[in-house]
Design a protein around this ligand. Sequence first.
Ligand SMILES: Cc1cc2nc3c(=O)[nH]c(=O)nc-3n(C[C@H](O)[C@H](O)[C@H](O)COP(=O)(O)O)c2cc1C
Length: 194
Amino acid sequence: MQNHKRCFMVLGINGSPRHKVNSQHLMSCFMEEMKARGYDTQVLTAVKLKINPCIGCGNCETKGVCIFEDEFTHIFLPEMIKADIVVISSPVYFYAFPAALKALIDRIQVLWSRKYRLKMDEFKGRNRKGVLLASGATRGKDLFDGLKLTARYFFDAADIKYETSLCYRGMDEKGEMKKHLTLSEDIRDLAQKL
Ligand SMILES: Cc1cc2nc3c(=O)[nH]c(=O)nc-3n(C[C@H](O)[C@H](O)[C@H](O)COP(=O)(O)O)c2cc1C
């Protein structure tokens, strides 16, 4: 007999253009924890996807689809629609997200248009949740404000409730995140809340 029980899916969006470094370590720890809790996981790296930047043409506002057919359309968007939990893990670049990730975020305008202009209710009955993981080199109080705001509105366009964030200051060197003393505990607490 076939098992029709649907496994909940966690989509990770990796924002760092660097391989195996701070934000990627954050993502791996989070995904390991979610796998251990029985979730299906998948990570997409923004810089590896060929994504045209949004040109604000307004096509999605009237037709509900983007004029570009690229890896956003064919790879990212289907996974984003399927996901039950979406986690962004990213470094801070000039108090914002790195360019490749920002290009991906801007293209979510297609879901914003479907929700707010075309009044489509495509995620009705789903209880989708969003999380932000981030690392930055300095220690300023406002270091993560830009990322948190952008993440909030990115998630909202996709009908995802922004649950919480884990943001680490003072992560200057490659691999510094691996030495963080409370990371495993922080991730466990975060997963528990979801
Ligand atoms: C182009 C660029 C811009 C950056 N801008 C900031 C910044 O505004 N504030 C900050 O604290 N760190 C900044 N950083 C440092 C990174 O956020 C930090 O080293 C982070 O931990 C790197 O994460 P990763 O190892 O996942 O790439 C910047 C790094 C780069 C390469």
